[in-house]
Design a binder for this molecule. Structure first.
Ligand SMILES: Nc1ncnc2c1ncn2[C@@H]1O[C@H](COP(=O)(O)OP(=O)(O)OP(=O)(O)O)[C@@H](O)[C@H]1O
Ligand SMILES: [Mg+2]
Length: 276
């Protein structure tokens, strides 16, 4: 099964994706996460996976054979990107790792592998080179026992064929018009629910309403100014079978810590006070 997570930066994709990993990684024979921003160490701390830092040396030395061996020896693996540009990450790490995970799932009739790709627009871009093996994961991987989860903050820059082949989508809030256009093309419900700035929406299907109201997805924060931080966000889950749900991650159980950095905030200069 293949699924996509998309929402604007800071919406809570990686947090939500980590919760899906925590739930699903133990169910598969092999699990590998391509951790672009090195933020899934929490799953290592909780004992679910082994941490492996992938820098220029590893990228140059390891191909499909080596990754297959490494995964056989460590069937649950978080691969943290270290000092590698997006192109090297795609061509020299993601492509052979994905191929190794697919190969392991094909190696015996009942074997299964789960591959998780964060910042997926770098691995499967809309424009430019898309390695065949990456594309093949979503287009022909289905009968193989290989599953994948792809997360991106730029659905407009994530490969269209890949997105079209997903069996489910988990979409959050967007403000860019290019991304909203893309979401409009895949959502079979009023896509404006994904625009947190909309004040009026057409009537939503009842499964997407909040207490009978048609309101856009929300992000929930605590604290003010420098202390403000995200404590949860809302999403629409939809799949091939017609299942449609509104999800609030404040209600989602996750045992491991998520180490995503919220980044430094920029505060506006303060205003002069009278007489100062
Ligand atoms: N349900 C939640 N409970 C607690 N913290 C959360 C929750 N959802 C998100 N956060 C926190 O909010 C911050 C932003 O979330 P996250 O890193 O998942 O965003 P993102 O959508 O992946 O952003 P980017 O696109 O920039 O990678 C993180 O510090 C994360 O741990
Ligand atoms: Mg993220």
């Amino acid at each position: 099964m293949h699924g996509a997570f998309a929402a604007k930066s800071g919406w809570g994709k990686s947090w939500h994706l980590q919760a899906w990993m925590e739930r699903n990684a133990p169910r598969y024979d092999y699990f590998v996460c391509l951790d672009y921003a090195d933020e899934y160490r929490g799953l290592v701390k909780s004992g679910l996976a082994v941490h492996y830092i992938v820098g220029p040396r590893e990228a140059a030395a390891f191909g499909v054979e080596e990754w297959t061996t490494i995964l056989r020896q460590n069937p649950r693996l978080i691969l943290a990107r270290h000092e590698l540009g997006p192109e090297t990450w795609r061509e020299e790490v993601a492509a052979p790792v994905i191929q190794a995970a697919r190969r392991l799932a094909q190696s015996s009739g009942s074997a299964s592998s789960l591959t998780v790709i964060d910042e997926a627009h770098w691995v499967a871009p809309q424009s430019g080179a898309l390695p065949d093996v990456v594309k093949g994961m979503a287009t022909t991987g289905r009968g193989e026992g290989s599953s994948s989860l792809w997360a991106t903050q730029r659905p407009a820059e994530f490969n269209e064929t890949m997105l079209g082949n997903m069996m489910f989508q988990i979409l959050g809030g967007f403000t860019s018009s290019a991304d909203m256009d893309k979401v409009r093309r895949i959502a079979e419900y009023p896509a404006d629910v994904h625009n947190p700035q909309k004040t009026t929406l057409p009537a939503l299907p009842s499964d997407l309403q909040v207490d009978g109201e048609s309101i856009p997805l929300r992000r929930f924060t605590e604290g003010e100014g420098e202390d403000e931080h995200t404590i949860g966000s809302e999403w629409v889950y939809s799949d091939d079978s017609g299942d449609l749900r509104r999800i609030d991650t404040r209600n989602i159980q996750m045992d491991a810590t998520h180490y995503g950095a919220e980044g430094m905030k920029l505060l506006p200069p303060e205003e002069r006070t009278e007489g100062a």
